[in-house]
Design a protein around this ligand. Structure first.
Ligand SMILES: [Zn+2]
Ligand SMILES: [Zn+2]
Length: 343
């Protein structure tokens, strides 16, 4: 266990395993034998060298599940053998926002990967406060998806998504498909899902979308307006990160509606927006950052069977095939959904 490999993106398109030694464990830390880590949109931004908030080289992987194999002397919440998923934030606990309980806005927030500890590796050290016990019914591969599910739960909360509303979700990647299920669980009525890839839209329909729209074949705004008697939807979600879908998100909103932004925009400095829509339609746009007490809710949804994890997993690879996993994700012909790496 002295030396072990951990994946980093060292240059655009280049994943390399670097040697790492176990970091010192604090009294409240647990050591995980990593079992699964899934690839996130953020990892893909990094892989392409286009992450708007991070530069290379950088460790990758933050959707992590594993088994506790060692514990610091002060750990009280867990025992060796416990199956957990990691909430990969590092927050200060002392700043204005942390003290208000809004730790996702921490002035000093970092993520484990940006602090040097990625998830594509056999061992991972985390504080017992930042790991969450997985239900027995959830596999490690599914458990890795708790993190993106928490992102979707957070976005639904930020958008005040609820009973009897109509919603449109732009982007049927992992976050979009979780948002769809969260919307169903929250009591939404019509849920429109928009994407460019038919295989994703097919999955959306099996997970409860009332209308799936391929934006390469028809204008999603027109279709949504038609499906809502010209009113538009109460809530729209941008889970792509490009200007065009941002416009569509705003244009498909009902007057007084709320659009939530989840996708990171690679070309963030060049976004134009039909700004008068704010006044004309009295709409709101809300940003959603990560999660804050959302892992707990995500676990409740899983336990109650209201969210299904496994239909999102399209490919599984062993750790050594991580570079191949990225190739699959960037190849539209591979029809990738969530790609999970088994460690
Ligand atoms: Zn993620
Ligand atoms: Zn803080």
């Amino acid at each position: 266990m002295e030396d072990y490999p951990m994946a980093m993106v060292t240059a655009p398109g280049k994943v390399e395993f670097v040697k790492r030694t176990l970091p010192p464990m604090g009294d409240h830390d647990v050591l995980l034998r990593v079992k699964a880590c899934s690839i996130c949109g953020g990892d893909i931004h990094l892989y392409k060298g286009k992450h708007p908030l991070a530069s290379l080289p950088m460790a990758i992987g933050h959707e992590i599940s594993g088994e506790i194999i060692k514990m610091g002397p002060a750990v009280t919440k867990f025992s060796p053998g416990d199956r957990v998923a990691v909430e990969p934030v590092i927050v200060c606990g002392r700043c204005y926002f942390c003290l208000r309980g809004e730790y996702h806005l921490c002035q000093n927030i970092r993520y484990q990967y940006s602090a040097g500890q990625g998830g594509f590796t056999p061992y991972f050290v985390a504080s017992e406060d930042w790991v969450h016990r997985l239900p027995d019914s959830v596999s490690y591969e599914e458990g890795a998806l708790l993190e993106p599910l928490a992102v979707a739960v957070h976005a639904a909360r930020k958008a005040d998504l609820g009973l009897g509303q109509s919603a449109a979700i732009f982007g049927a990647g992992g976050i979009g498909l979780f948002l769809l299920q969260v919307a169903r669980a929250a009591g939404c009525g019509s849920v429109f899902v928009v994407d460019l890839l038919d295989h994703r839209l097919k999955t959306a329909l099996t997970l409860g979308a009332t209308t799936a729209i391929n934006a390469a074949e028809e204008d999603p705004v027109e279709r949504i307006l038609k499906g809502t008697e010209g009113l538009g939807v109460d809530r729209s979600f941008e889970a792509v990160g490009v200007e065009k879908t941002l416009h569509q998100c705003a244009q498909s909103l009902k007057k007084g509606g709320i659009c939530a932004l989840i996708g990171l925009f690679e070309e963030a400095h060049h976004i134009h927006f039909p700004i008068n829509l704010f006044v004309q339609k009295e709409i709101q746009i809300r940003g959603c950052r990560g999660y804050c007490w959302d892992f707990q809710s995500a676990l409740e949804l899983i336990k109650a069977g209201q969210v299904r994890l496994s239909p999102l997993i399209s490919h599984q690879f062993p750790l050594t095939d991580l570079p191949k996993a990225f190739e699959i994700l960037l190849d539209p012909k591979a029809k990738a959904g969530k790609v999970v790496v088994q460690v």
